[in-house]
Design a protein around this ligand. Sequence first.
Ligand code: ADP
Length: 462
Amino acid sequence: MSRLIVFSNRIPLGPNPSGGLVVAVGGAMKQRGGLWIGTRHAPDEPQRDQMQRHPDGPFERLSMALDDAEQDGYYAGYSNSVLWPLCHGRVDLLDMRPEFFNSYISVNQRLARLSAPHIQPEDIIWIHDYHLIPLAQELRQLGVSNPIGYFHHIPFPSAPNIAALSEPDLLAQWFAAYDLVGLQTARDVASCIEAFRSLGQCEMMSDGTLMHKGRRIRVEGFPVGIHAQSFRTLAENNPAPRVLTASDQVLAIGVDRLDYSKGLPHKLRGLREYFRRNPESSTRLSLLQIASPTRESVSAYQDIRDELEGLSGEVNGDYGDIGYTPIQYIHRAVAREKVAGLFRASRIGLVTPLADGMNLVAKEYVAAQDPADPGVLVLSRFAGAAEQLECGAIMVNPHDPANVASGMEQALQMPLEERKARHARMWAVLDANGVDWWSDMFLQRLQTDRPSRWMLDNQIVA
Ligand code: ADP
């Protein structure tokens, strides 16, 4: 079996590296033997032209140090102030500067140059993260002809949004260097094909692939999953504190990074509408919103915190009472096992992104529930998870507070039998499409169905 080389923006460090992607590809790495390559912000490290080896982990790891200028230009700049807002439909937030673009390209070039000597002819390569989209093209230019796949964890941008870039043709060119491009949902696959076609950058082939200047691009959907059973066990073993499960109170939970794509103000406006419509309700609903700080160096992230704190203060002032706080807002990350227990204790999981590649929180909330008395997932139709979970979730439009409020009312009134039936349908999806299924599917497609072979001069042989 071929060795697997994984690239991601951040290298998972420590002897027991953790994080979603480690769980997702760790199994495949163990099975095949693997090498993980990524970047590390290390401004004081003088060695720019060498990779650092990280021994004592479950797999071989190499990292490339980034200095402050690269952290600003490649990471906070082009990746998180251009590509992230672009892919999440926020062209109003695009911060396009030549130095961001140049840094993005030069980091990808250096990573390719330092990595190429470590790649052996039989290896297969899997690149993750929008930070590294041009990496395959850079590796191809250095003569790397191995199978290379890319997984885009976030939504695919629409054609009009791509047209807002100063280099709108590059995305198709970068994608064309891959053998397989994986997206989260059927909706993303459709918008990718439509965008490249309508921008005149690709031709659609009869087999469903795209052709870009003689190179074939295979774009397919692989919805990323979770280890549902282990998350359920984690939730069972970590019960929430009693104070949160008092009998006169019903808990709703939200767990998000404090990102403008997550629809946090929309969530609170929906809740405010719920309280406005149900002032005398005997059910004392309380939202526990955990919102962890993220990318605080990017200016678009600074306002959202003020907006959220203003809104939660307003709702608490208007609808709170002595001994009752409608919104408990925590601005920090909370340990994973605690989150699991809190999910299980919550009657409603409230997930309201305006755009989201998948949204693993929605899946974790479902996995954490007690099947004999499960809570209800209230889910934005704009989350990638909606395609798989609409079989059991209450679907809402986060832009419309009245619709979110109705979703909350429906969730609170739902009889036990219906809650159980909805949960069972969602559980079946999660159980059958776990994270091992996801990585196996992707790697199998990458290895066995290569549409064409890369030659050293970058010409395709069918
Ligand atoms: P994203 O990758 O955009 O942050 P996801 O919902 O797909 O969104 O994944 C987020 C992951 O991070 C989940 O595993 C979730 O449990 C965890 N997470 C998000 N916010 C927090 C938080 N405030 N505290 C602890 N864990 C969090």
